[in-house]
Design a protein around this ligand. Sequence first.
Ligand SMILES: Nc1ncnc2c1ncn2[C@@H]1O[C@H](COP(=O)(O)OP(=O)(O)OP(=O)(O)O)[C@@H](O)[C@H]1O
Ligand SMILES: [Mg+2]
Length: 376
Amino acid sequence: MTIADYLKQRADHLTQAGRRIKDFQVFDFNYMPEQPLMREEVKPIIDACLRYLSTGIANHVFIFGSRGSGKTLTVKHLGRLLAQQHQAEVLYANCRQHNTSFKILAHLLGVRPRGCSLDELWHRFTEAHSGRLLLILDEVDLISEKDRNKDILYLIGRSPRNYMTILLSNHPKFLNTLDESVRSSLQTELIHFRNYDAQEIMRILKDRALLGLKDMPDETMAKIAALTTRATNSDVRVAIKTLYYAALEESGDIEDFFNRARRDLITDILADLSDRNLMILKAVANIQEPFVKAVYEEYRRLSIQEHEEPFSYVYFYANLSYLQSIGLLVLVATKVGRTYTNRIQALFDAEMLRAIWGMRFGTAGSEVHGLTGTHS
Ligand SMILES: Nc1ncnc2c1ncn2[C@@H]1O[C@H](COP(=O)(O)OP(=O)(O)OP(=O)(O)O)[C@@H](O)[C@H]1O
Ligand SMILES: [Mg+2]
């Protein structure tokens, strides 16, 4: 086959796929459906917002849940409704993009983040927003370590303006990392977004297919939904991407599309991880019987080897929950003798981890004890 042949073949293939897809937009992760699937957990958020809008007394909310459990979409959608129907003032900032208090405020004010102090920015912000304000801080755990005291939360908690915040995160223990004074001034209500079940994922897929595809068999979508709940912690992004791959290709094995979608997304997640979390995963991959205690010991060893201060056991454990919530591992209670202990099951590809580890730390870490490659 010549290069020209291949080019033609792929171009034809894409034209064919284009005929099966009505609207590519619905497969974009930032696409906002007109009517997202309802979930019970929205109710207390709506109640808190309405209470705030009528009383002016802030009722801060902290929403946590796994990756792709609909936190961002749900809260943005609600923000829109409150703005349209209740004339609420709603602002949104993503702390991954704006990762210090200073940058968040500069972004919200639409100014360049330089040339003045945080106090000045805060002053300008309060001047600009004298009434009730709902402030959504998405991925709030990604505020940088440099912003040690998470000043923006402190300022909001102490301000006579009584703004209300909605904080979103995958990190169930994020509030515990805050200074006690910040935590007590915010008095946050906790809301957990549980993982979607297969039926809910199926409904989300059906909605997308209705808008975006010419036709898609229900069995295919049911299979995608089942795989997503079974193998990813119910990350709807993986389901949507699998649906997209299934629509692009005329035939093929759904499980292959699913694995491809999962791999695409996991590479992004791994590349985004902090060094310490990457080390935890490396420890999981290095240990043949990854029970939590043994993994902790291996993690400590790796940390010392890489001259990193290891987490205490308690923090290590909190980070395991976090890694579980972003779909990289699951903790499985396993009976050993008479008691149950947690065994870690890796959901990432060992090869992929090795590649990212190599880029981050060089290859030294992958040769420890000659254990590498004995398991995945
Ligand atoms: N209830 C829903 N109805 C329709 N689509 C949904 C729903 N929940 C999630 N989705 C879709 O799933 C994808 C992931 O949702 P979203 O970005 O809100 O997850 P998240 O909980 O914010 O994840 P992360 O923790 O990674 O930020 C999005 O493309 C979103 O449109
Ligand atoms: Mg989100």
